[in-house]
Design a protein around this ligand. Structure first.
Ligand SMILES: C[S@@+](CC[C@H](N)C(=O)[O-])C[C@H]1O[C@@H](n2cnc3c(N)ncnc32)[C@H](O)[C@@H]1O
Length: 256
């Protein structure tokens, strides 16, 4: 039966690849690389660099496909259907890749940014393909270092405080209000710098962009003091590179 490896590759630093991931790479026949177009080509390049570094002798096939574009204008109630459509379009592409490019007894791999279990659609897409029933395969997930782990490591802080909870959420959710019952909140997928809504509260921020890459930027401090600086730095970096990936931890009542 066909076998798929879903390999977490870390969030930007090639050294974040685990030994388990390297073993999985070495037992893969075909790598599927989804290209998001010109803008994020750095992210595709990291995957190529990983293969060059760990499989210099070659012996594998690389199959590239264009990732479908998502309707990013859809907001409010249209947001979830837009994400669903995009996911189904991806499922159709992945299904074709697995059925047409992978022999019956071969193994293929998707190299997933960070950890495949965190805000990534690959596992859901593979389940969707299996549900459709047109192609059969087994799959294994190899965990990766997420941008959340990388962020707090670079800031040399913990995610949670002693015996207290931590929540990971999105910018979209944070815009609805600071989560109840939790003072430590990690925010991902925030295109709108939603932290700006909370500058009148006693909050520390630990912010990072392009973490683990040569472009890495880290800023931390009391939110009210550093928020304008983060806005400026973020805008400048986004303009220069054409895209940005940033994550941050908000720590409410930091003195407690
Ligand atoms: C689609 S999610 C993928 C998350 C990934 N699976 C992980 O484990 O980090 C993309 C979001 O992850 C965060 N992210 C990923 N890589 C990052 C990096 N190197 N630096 C800062 N944030 C990053 C950003 O919040 C970005 O919007």
């Amino acid at each position: 039966m066909r076998k798929i490896h879903v390999i977490g590759i870390g969030a930007g630093d090639p050294d974040q690849l685990t030994l388990q991931a390297v073993k999985a790479l070495r037992s893969t026949d075909v790598f599927f690389i989804l290209d998001k177009g010109e803008v994020k080509s750095d992210l595709v390049q990291l995957r190529r660099d990983i293969l060059d570094a760990h499989m210099p002798e070659g012996g594998y096939r690389l199959v590239e496909a264009r990732d479908p574009d998502r309707d990013r204008t859809a907001g409010g109630p249209a947001y979830s259907p837009a994400v669903g459509d995009w996911r189904s379009a991806r499922a159709a592409i992945y299904e074709r890749l697995i059925a047409e490019e992978l022999g019956e007894d071969e193994s293929g791999a998707f190299l997933v940014w960070g950890d495949p279990a965190l805000y990534d659609s690959t596992l859901g897409i593979l389940e969707e393909i299996l549900d459709r029933g047109a192609v059969a395969f087994s799959y294994e997930v190899i965990p990766g270092i997420s941008s959340v782990s990388a962020l707090v490591a670079r800031h040399r802080t913990g995610l949670n405080r002693v015996a207290r909870p931590v929540q990971i959420t999105t910018g979209r959710r944070l815009a609805e209000g600071f989560p109840d019952g939790v003072d430590d909140v990690v925010v991902m997928l925030d295109a709108h710098q939603t932290f700006r809504r909370y500058t009148d509260e006693d909050i520390d921020i630990y912010w990072g962009a392009y973490i683990g890459t040569p472009d890495e930027i880290l800023v931390s401090g009391p939110l009210a003091e550093v928020a304008p600086f983060i806005e400026d730095v973020r805008a400048e970096a986004r303009e220069r590179k054409g895209w940005i990936m940033d994550t941050y931890l908000l720590r409410r009542n930091p003195g407690l």
